[in-house]
Design a protein around this ligand. Structure first.
Ligand SMILES: *Cc1c(COP(=O)(O)O)cnc(C)c1O
Length: 353
């Protein structure tokens, strides 16, 4: 078994975590300096006067079965954003270590690295191959101090899944050298493509999942880091003990019960159908040069005049994402797939551009 923790910062490996009040729900809690009374406005099931259970066992079990891993392979936190931040802080020493990113991609990897004082190495996606990763160039960029390779599949903002063969080549090149973090925030919109089943073969593989997109809980802030138990254990020692609030835990458990999962699948199916309709309508517009294929819940749209389309959207009361300042995307907008009614309104508004 490889020693993936050898890549982590020694002081984090040696960290003894904050010792929180014992979680023994059968006993009256007179050990945590909580208030014994609930406020009348408190509509939660378990009471906002009490601290939440750290890394709640029932939620971990539910998330583990959702993704097909064991609870020891799951860390839950405040969105994928918290997972990204914890990983960078655990593995990158300020002023010395680096992360690798493949632009154009999600901006949080870079921000988390900059906050930690880690360096950033860029290996751009290959636009001529549909924004594919360049596995050879990633392997060539590895070196001492390069601790984390961030990959996003399907990628935000280009919408494409990465080829499993290329992901496998990156994993092989990084074995015993760097952590490979695959951000699967949009995996539910491209069924069957997740690399979660690879976790058992690759101790240096880390996968980010979130309830913010397909599960419709962006406001609850709940994401999961899926990784080898020793990596999860390291992150558990760093995360604030009460990171997840009582309302978030209760909302997630409700959304992930069998009826909630069926409702979620219905919404995903509807979004995939609307993605197809919206892409076809956009592709027919004279100001649209190209609608890139999407495996996610948004479309990357290359425009003859992105500014005119943006303005037409705002006149119609609709906001889309302006990507023109991102290198390689100077003519691009990113459009989230909305409800059928919102998409129809957007199509009508853009046709006036
Ligand atoms: C939206 C998104 C996330 C989700 O972040 P949360 O903090 O879980 O809301 C993660 N990664 C990518 C690439 C995203 O686009």
């Amino acid at each position: 078994m490889s020693d993936v923790l050898a890549l982590a910062r020694p002081e984090i490996r040696a960290l003894s975590p904050y010792s929180h009040a014992a979680w023994q729900p059968g006993l009256v809690r007179l050990h945590a300096n909580e208030n014994p009374w609930r406020d009348e406005s408190d509509s939660s099931a378990s009471g906002l006067n009490r601290y939440p259970e750290p890394q709640p066992a029932e939620l971990l079990a539910r998330i583990a079965s959702l993704y097909g891993v064991s609870p020891a392979q799951v860390l839950v936190g405040r969105g994928s954003d918290e997972g990204i931040d914890l990983l960078v802080r655990a593995f990158c020493a300020a002023g010395r270590d680096r992360v690798l990113v493949c632009p154009p991609t999600f901006g949080m990897y870079r921000v988390a690295a900059a906050i930690q004082g880690a360096g950033i190495v860029e290996v751009p996606l290959d636009r001529s191959r549909g924004f594919a990763i360049d596995a050879g160039a990633i392997a060539a960029a590895l070196g001492p101090g390069l601790k984390i390779v961030f990959l996003c599949s399907p990628n935000n903002p280009t919408g494409n899944l990465q080829d499993p063969g290329a992901l496998e080549r990156v994993l092989e090149a990084c074995a015993d050298r760097a952590l490979v973090v695959v951000d699967e925030a949009y995996a539910e919109f491209s069924p069957g493509a997740s690399v979660v089943p690879w976790l058992s073969r690759h101790p240096h593989l880390v996968i980010l999942r979130t309830l913010s997109k397909a599960y419709g809980l962006a406001g609850a802030r709940l994401g999961a880091v899926l990784a080898a138990p020793e990596v999860v254990d390291l992150l558990r020692r760093m995360i604030p003990p009460y990171a997840l609030t009582v309302p978030t835990i209760e909302a997630a458990l409700a959304a992930l019960d069998p009826a909630g999962l069926a409702r979620c699948q219905g919404r995903v199916d509807a979004l995939i159908e609307e993605r197809r309709r919206l892409a076809a309508a956009l592709a027919a517009m004279p100001l649209v040069e190209r609608v890139w294929p999407s495996d996610a819940n948004f479309l990357l749209v290359e425009c003859a005049d992105a500014g005119r389309l943006l303005e037409a959207g705002v006149r119609g009361g609709l906001l889309v994402r302006d990507l023109r300042r991102q290198p390689g995307l100077e003519r691009c907008l990113r459009i989230s797939v909305g409800t059928p009614d919102e998409n129809s309104r957007l199509i009508a508004a853009l046709e006036t551009a």
